[in-house]
Design a protein around this ligand. Structure first.
Ligand SMILES: [Zn+2]
Length: 166
């Protein structure tokens, strides 16, 4: 187990991160742990359930297929704190999820964002990129995320679940 980093490291500016950030990294009030292995997180609906991770198609997305993969075995804030076996299992499942998404959405490229700035529990954002998306050659953020229609969302979810079963 590595030490939880960064609780008192600063750039000599007034603190902007939550006072209880270190406790949150250790699991205090963790929303990912509280929701458990649910089918619907509110922000998304599960289309993949593996040994150690669940993947959710997000209702709000900048681009089609935007999904989140959550490590589910225990509370871990940082990839550094996964055991070698957990890393292998988790990234194997992230790869499976990316393959499912690619089979359904046919993106030009796939981005993987591991941030944990809002929820310090290991999870990754899988962002599909398209040849006509608005930020070629750069990361693409969520500011212009839109909510999909219920029908569009249901259709995408059905395709992903069919791919996961196939
Ligand atoms: Zn957690």
């Amino acid at each position: 187990m590595t030490e939880v980093p960064g609780n008192d490291a600063s750039t000599s500016q007034p603190r902007t991160w939550p006072d209880d950030w270190k406790e949150r990294k250790e699991g205090k009030d963790c929303p990912a742990c509280a929701e458990g292995r649910t089918d619907d997180t509110g922000y998304g609906v599960r289309f993949f359930s593996g040994e150690v991770a669940d993947a959710y198609l997000c209702r709000r997305a900048t681009l089609p297929g935007y999904s989140v993969v959550v490590f589910r075995d225990r509370h871990v804030a940082d990839l550094m704190d996964l055991t070698p076996k957990e890393v292998a299992a988790f990234f194997g499942e992230v790869q499976t999820v990316a393959r499912l998404l690619t089979a359904v959405f046919k993106p030009a490229h796939v981005n993987y964002d591991f941030l944990g700035n809002a929820v310090p529990h290991v999870h990754g954002h899988v962002v599909l990129r398209y040849v006509d998306d608005p930020a070629p050659g750069r990361p693409i953020g969520p500011p212009d995320a839109r909510e999909m229609s219920v029908d569009e969302f249901r259709r995408q979810l059905e395709e992903l679940r069919a791919a996961a079963e196939g």
